[in-house]
Design a binder for this molecule. Structure first.
Ligand code: B1M
Length: 226
């Protein structure tokens, strides 16, 4: 199968918001067996998703069109994730640790977080995804309840980034900074932002999120063994 051509077709299905074609491509790739579905998600469908963002920025796409295309991307993401979790290889859970993910309060953007959840799951983490618009207090409550290692928050709006800061403040005020590793991400976030608010880690994308989580978990384990 021509991988490049398939990725291009995947990209187009998101731009055209053609869910039937998109799902067919996923099953075609699965049948082929040579295509990495996560790769297809990130660099095939993902490129299409990025493109709809540019088109929206340029005013070439209306908000309803954007919502429709985003919905297709979300279903594509869910389909691939379900397939990956049924896959024995992907299920080779090394159980590296438990991660709680949430998009912060006031923010509905959850496509990127879904991809981050998938890369982390595939890398051997147990992921608890609280969804979107989750208040900082609820995130902390659930982190305690589930005894997670990492709390990861996603924020896509400059206004909601402040919720990431609020979460870290709650942890600091309740002497829980050492109990949980904190990671932040989302388009407006930067390494500098993470440092400024006292987060332990930042990653630009879903692939880097795994690397950062691995490093932070390793540090935590080394610390607890000292
Ligand atoms: Co919204 N939106 N949106 N939107 N939307 C943006 C973010 C925006 C930049 C568009 C623009 O104006 N150019 C803009 C934000 C401006 C700002 O504050 N800086 C914006 C706005 C303004 C809005 C509304 C206010 C619009 C309105 O109603 N007037 C509204 C907000 C509603 C709310 O949240 N309260 C709104 C609504 C929506 C839709 C519902 C239509 C839809 C979201 C659907 C959904 O997620 N279920 C939507 C979309 C799709 C976008 C764009 C086009 C695409 C976002 C996306 O999915 N990107 C976006 C423009 C853009 O980004 N170019 C935009 C693809 C995704 C794979 O990337 O989410 O960045 P991303 O995730 C990446 C990394 O950031 C990272 O890894 C991911 C994968 O590689 N990452 C992490 C993310 N989280 C991480 C966590 C980590 C680590 C890495 O650790 C824990």
């Amino acid at each position: 199968m021509d991988k490049e051509r398939l990725y291009e077709k995947a990209r187009e299905t998101i731009i055209d918001a053609d869910e039937t074609k998109a799902i067919n491509i996923i099953f075609e790739a699965q049948k082929d067996g040579e295509i990495d579905l996560l790769d297809l998600l990130l660099y095939g469908f993902g490129d299409g998703n990025e493109e709809i963002g540019h088109l929206f920025d340029l005013g070439s796409l209306s908000l309803p069109e954007l919502i429709y295309a985003a919905e297709v991307m979300r279903n594509v993401t869910d389909t691939i994730l379900n397939l990956l979790h049924d896959d024995k290889e992907a299920r080779k859970i090394l159980h590296k640790g438990k991660i709680l993910l949430a998009t912060v309060e006031g923010d509905v953007h959850d496509i990127g977080k879904g991809i981050v959840a998938s890369t982390l799951k595939s890398a051997g983490y147990e992921v608890i995804d609280l969804g979107c618009e989750v208040p900082a207090e609820v995130i902390v409550e659930k982190a305690i309840e589930n005894d997670v290692d990492i709390i990861g928050t996603s924020a896509l709006l400059t206004s909601t980034m402040l919720e990431q800061k609020k979460l870290i403040k709650i942890l600091q005020e309740n002497d829980m900074s050492d109990k949980f590793i904190t990671m932040v991400g989302g388009a407006p976030c930067t390494k500098r932002w993470a440092k400024r608010i006292g987060a332990d880690g930042y990653s630009e994308d879903a692939v880097e999120a795994v690397r950062v989580a691995n490093e932070l978990i390793k540090l935590k384990k080394n610390k607890s063994e000292e």
